[in-house]
Ligand binder design. Structure first.
Ligand code: CMP
Length: 139
């Protein structure tokens, strides 16, 4: 089925001017960018977005990092978009990511791993609604 997923190009990637190269990977995989904006999160906003990780030891570092520089938030649409996006991103830890994936090519570490993608339909819905209004989704 056609799905939508929430993607974030993280500060380590925007800082290195990799937005276009990352978007090319998504588009080459058949994912359509139906909404996109560049924003600078506050640490509190990053904390709210990643609230599910609040008890993890890396939570504070993660929120600091996500608020350190601008990010590009986007909605990707396509057949099986959630799984397809995760395939294109590669494993969370770039050392374990398959060759050719975004994280294998661009990520700097498990924390500064260039991209985020929703992990399931319910979280995709919540994460899209966190950043975008219905009017901003142009399919
Ligand atoms: P993401 O897919 O955005 O979801 C949660 C993020 O936490 C993850 O990508 C990583 O960037 C980060 N993360 C996961 N594990 C670690 C870790 N061991 N140390 C630092 N950051 C981590």
């Amino acid at each position: 089925a056609t799905e939508r997923t929430l993607s974030i190009i993280k500060p380590d990637a925007t800082r290195r001017n990799l937005t276009g190269k990352i978007n090319a990977k998504f588009e080459d995989a058949g994912l359509r960018i139906v909404a996109q904006k560049r924003i600078h999160l506050t640490k509190a906003q990053a904390g709210q977005f990643y609230a599910v990780h609040a008890e993890r030891p890396f939570y504070d570092e993660l929120c600091e990092f996500m608020a350190s520089e601008p990010v590009v938030v986007q909605v990707l649409e396509g057949e099986g978009a959630i799984a397809k996006n995760r395939e294109v991103m590669g494993a969370t830890n770039p050392a374990e990511a398959d060759a050719g994936t975004i994280r294998a090519e661009f990520a700097e570490s498990v924390g500064e791993n260039s991209v985020h993608g929703s992990d399931a339909p319910e979280t995709a819905k919540e994460e899209i609604a966190f950043f975008f209004s219905g009017l901003e989704l142009v399919g």
